[in-house]
Design a protein around this ligand. Structure first.
Ligand SMILES: [Zn+2]
Length: 393
């Protein structure tokens, strides 16, 4: 019924789908390059370590590893610009399209809105939205280039770890392999290319760094275009809909009114559908909410138009202990999935048959942990996340 008050419904499922899709595409390229590089240096290590110390084959090992790392880094660096452009353009288009669908749905339900809103149009991009999308694209491009640059050091890291592994073998000679400590080589190959640190000091490996950078850029470009499209149609107020998978940073903004055109505090304005005046509270601007944590990395909230006198706010939900548990359970599953991938990587790059057998046993142990956690929590197991190439091979 056209006169029914509407409850806010957001585009979070669409945003989540776009973020997952684009991040998977970018991560796939970096992870497969990383896989190939690890396999290649493992091959040089097996051959180099089989040769006597001081032999030409041993000395050649470092040079070959360095050349391989530089080659892979150069390939990845050359892809940063086109990838960043494609990903942010796609995110921007998707955000604008989702906003257009939402506006069309609203004016379909409430035709009299067309008195105050500009009729939905395909793609008006404001100068502000365009310049922020360019900033996001350049940010992503720089992050992807930084990731590629870090790959160049992998040749030296691999050489040091391989030589350390050889020394361990000599020391451990005669001791059962099961008693051997996990050495530098195992550490290197299970973690992959590491050494990334973000502005908050958190440490990442190549895949998680590239994924974080891409997800952040996609989410920002999508939301920027989404908001700009709605603002261009004449939407002045927004809200954030309650979410199936909330997080503590976003919860405070759910159900509150945000506006970049009206000051914070009590606002009286005409109803979107009639001449009746309505009074409500503006909690702040979208930028203020963002600065306070809304739209943090991996957030899938999107803004919803708040139509004065029409949108009925759901009661602001509390962050319950069940929410907290669901959030932590999902985080723990990600940790267990990463452990499976790390063990598989170690297995693939193992330098000796006994190292490989040990890694294989670790893969099974890590998989058993995933199964037990999934069974205990009712979470959905996604085997793709346990694959070395994240299922993108
Ligand atoms: Zn959120």
């Amino acid at each position: 019924m056209a006169t029914q008050p509407s409850r806010p419904a957001d585009d979070s499922a669409d945003l989540a789908r776009v973020v997952d899709l684009l991040a998977a595409q970018v991560v796939a390229q970096y992870v497969s390059a990383e896989q190939d590089l690890i396999a290649e240096v493992a091959d040089y290590a097996r051959r180099g370590l089989a040769a006597p110390v001081g032999s030409a084959a041993r000395l050649d090992m470092l040079r070959r590893m360095q050349i391989a790392a530089h080659r892979v880094a150069a390939e990845l660096r050359s892809r940063a610009t086109p990838l960043a452009r494609r990903v942010t353009d796609e995110a921007r288009r998707s955000g604008a399209a989702a906003a257009l669908r939402t506006l069309t749905r609203l004016t379909g339900a409430h035709p009299s809105l067309l008195r105050t809103l500009t009729a939905p149009q395909p793609e008006p991009v404001t100068a502000h939205a365009l310049s922020s999308v360019i900033t996001m694209r350049l940010d992503l491009q720089r992050n992807l280039e930084d990731a590629a640059t870090r790959v160049t050091r992998f040749g030296d890291d691999a050489y040091r770890a391989a030589v350390a592994r050889a020394a361990e073998s000599e020391i451990m000679h005669g001791i059962a392999p099961a008693a051997a400590q996990r050495g530098a080589w195992d550490e290197l190959t299970s973690q992959g290319i590491t050494g990334f640190q973000d502005s908050r000091g958190r440490r990442w490996n190549l895949a998680s760094y590239v994924e974080m950078a891409t997800r952040t850029a996609v989410q920002r470009a999508y939301n920027e275009a989404h908001e700009a499209r709605m603002a261009a149609a004449g939407i002045s107020f927004f809200t954030v809909a309650p979410h199936a998978h909330p997080c503590p940073l976003c919860r405070p903004w759910e159900g509150r009114v945000l506006s970049s055109r009206y000051p914070s505090g009590e606002t009286t304005t005409q109803s979107a559908l009639s001449d009746v005046m309505v009074t409500f509270e503006v909690a702040g601007t979208v930028d203020q909410a963002r600065a306070a944590g809304l739209f943090h990395p991996n957030c899938t909230h999107t803004l919803v138009p708040y139509l004065p006198g029409v949108t009925r706010m759901p009661p602001a939900p509390d962050w319950t202990s069940a929410d907290e548990r669901a959030y932590r359970d999902a985080q723990r599953l990600r940790t267990f999935e990463r452990a499976v991938r790390a063990a598989k990587q170690r297995e693939q790059a193992a330098l000796t048959p006994s190292d490989r057998a040990r890694a294989r046993a670790d893969v099974r142990k890590a998989q058993a942990r995933v199964r037990a956690h999934v069974a205990a929590t009712g979470l959905l197991r996604r085997p793709r996340r346990e694959q070395l190439d994240l299922g993108n091979g």
